[in-house]
Ligand binder design. Structure first.
Ligand SMILES: Cc1cc2nc3c(=O)[nH]c(=O)nc-3n(C[C@H](O)[C@H](O)[C@H](O)COP(=O)(O)O)c2cc1C
Length: 214
């Protein structure tokens, strides 16, 4: 299902950047929605995958209106109509035949936000059990940018080792650890900080948090 863009368009916006975003079942749904909104505002085409527990997380943490199947409406009402500058295609996590399951597709980068410890383990060990894990595996084998916004606390030794394995394979570990030196006032400020870090890692300019002046 492709959402947004001129009527009848089935692919991405040729002028926008094409990025895979996966939402899995770790706490921090607001990091995912803020990141998606920021990328859509910039005219990106998103190849979106939401795991079964990612779907549950969106509803549990943001309410019933944040359904994965109606995400554009939720994003527009929460972050403004500019999110319609971009488009997304929602893929089934079971569809291992989707184009993003292949190295010949053109997505330049992938972000898993938030990234559960289960998905982290799957990526670390190259399991490709579902489309999230397979698309991440494609990013690693093609030497493209893969950003994992892992969240768990405390962490077990296997989880810590899985982060090291992913980093050694070339992924960027960007754990959901907002900073407090920016004096955040709201939950939105915390989400802006993590989304800003993700955008920086993807090479976008942004003002999601104030620049550190030293
Ligand atoms: C509300 C909720 C919050 C959760 N938070 C976390 C979390 O922060 N980190 C984590 O690794 N798993 C968390 N889990 C457990 C994962 O959702 C579970 O391991 C699931 O199998 C992950 O599958 P997925 O990676 O395919 O989405 C949470 C589950 C629920 C229902």
């Amino acid at each position: 299902m492709t959402v947004g863009g001129p009527e009848g368009r089935t692919g991405g916006r040729p002028e926008g950047r094409n990025i895979v975003v996966a939402i899995t079942g770790a706490s921090g749904a607001l990091y995912a929605t803020r990141t998606l909104a920021a990328l859509l505002e910039r005219g990106c085409h998103i190849e979106l995958i939401v795991s079964e527990y990612g779907r549950r997380l969106l509803r549990d943490e943001l309410g019933e209106t944040a359904s994965a199947d109606k995400l554009m409406e939720y994003l527009a009402s929460t972050f403004g109509e500019n999110v319609r500058n971009g488009t997304y295609t929602l893929h089934s996590n079971k569809d291992l035949g989707a184009k993003i399951a292949s190295g010949s597709q053109h997505s330049e980068a992938m972000v898993i936000v938030p990234c559960s410890m289960k998905t982290l383990a799957g990526v670390a060990h190259g399991l490709s059990r579902n489309l999230v894990e397979r698309a991440a595996d494609v990013m690693l084998k093609e030497r493209r940018r893969l950003i994992l916004v892992a969240r768990e606390t405390p962490m077990s030794l296997p989880q810590l080792r899985n982060m090291v394995l992913c980093a050694e394979a070339g992924a960027m570990m960007l754990p959901a650890m907002p900073a407090f030196y920016q004096m955040p006032q709201t939950l939105a400020d915390l989400a802006d900080f993590i989304a800003g870090k993700i955008l920086s890692a993807l090479g976008f300019e942004h003002d999601l948090y104030p620049e550190w002046k030293g």
